[in-house]
Design a protein around this ligand. Sequence first.
Ligand SMILES: C[S@@+](CC[C@H](N)C(=O)[O-])C[C@H]1O[C@@H](n2cnc3c(N)ncnc32)[C@H](O)[C@@H]1O
Length: 213
Amino acid sequence: MVYAVPGSPLVAERTVELLRADRRVSVTVEPALSFLDLAWARLGVDPLAAGVTLVDGQRFTVEAAGLSGPLLVAQCDTVDVLSAIKLSVDEAPPADVVVLQRLGLAEESLTSVAWDDLDRTVRPDHLTCLWIPELRPPVAAELMRFWELVRTLRERCPWDRQQTPRFAAPLPAGGGARGARRPRPPRRGGRPRGRRRGRRAGRPPLPRSSSTR
Ligand SMILES: C[S@@+](CC[C@H](N)C(=O)[O-])C[C@H]1O[C@@H](n2cnc3c(N)ncnc32)[C@H](O)[C@@H]1O
């Protein structure tokens, strides 16, 4: 069976990645020209010498956090993606950026755009990528990493998912004295903490046995 994708099967093709990782499938990859080859040729850039970082535009806020220097951003297919890219940067890049569209086709275009106009003048599509020659070091990198950590915990940690604003009790005045108690989250299965077995509403506590004295 032939499974064909546009460009190189090894560049930003998640389905190919999944197929290659699946032991039930025997895969032979036929190399092919990527949009990246055309991008370097049109921009006149050697990505290795220039130290270019490749970034997924849909995850720019997280992936580009902390980065500086030249970036090539793929998957810039909607105005919303361009807008998110623009707004996630603390300080506009010193030079204009270049929007590369439909490389290798008759309608190919390279447009130089001022940073502020990124989501105003460009009409992005599924064949649009962005060249940022220089990105200044961001101020909010730590914040973005923290935000990513919070997002990951919410997605993957069952304990974290149980937390609600009810458990975010303010510290007492003075920042919380030693021994100050904070409310604890519920246990798995919903049984409240701090109660003896069998002690529920309307039911008296179990009598103390001599061994517990
Ligand atoms: C999922 S990647 C697939 C890349 C493909 N495997 C390749 O090697 O060319 C798709 C993204 O690459 C970029 N892209 C692909 N073809 C392009 C082209 N002809 N011109 C400009 N950008 C292109 C766009 O950013 C698009 O959203």
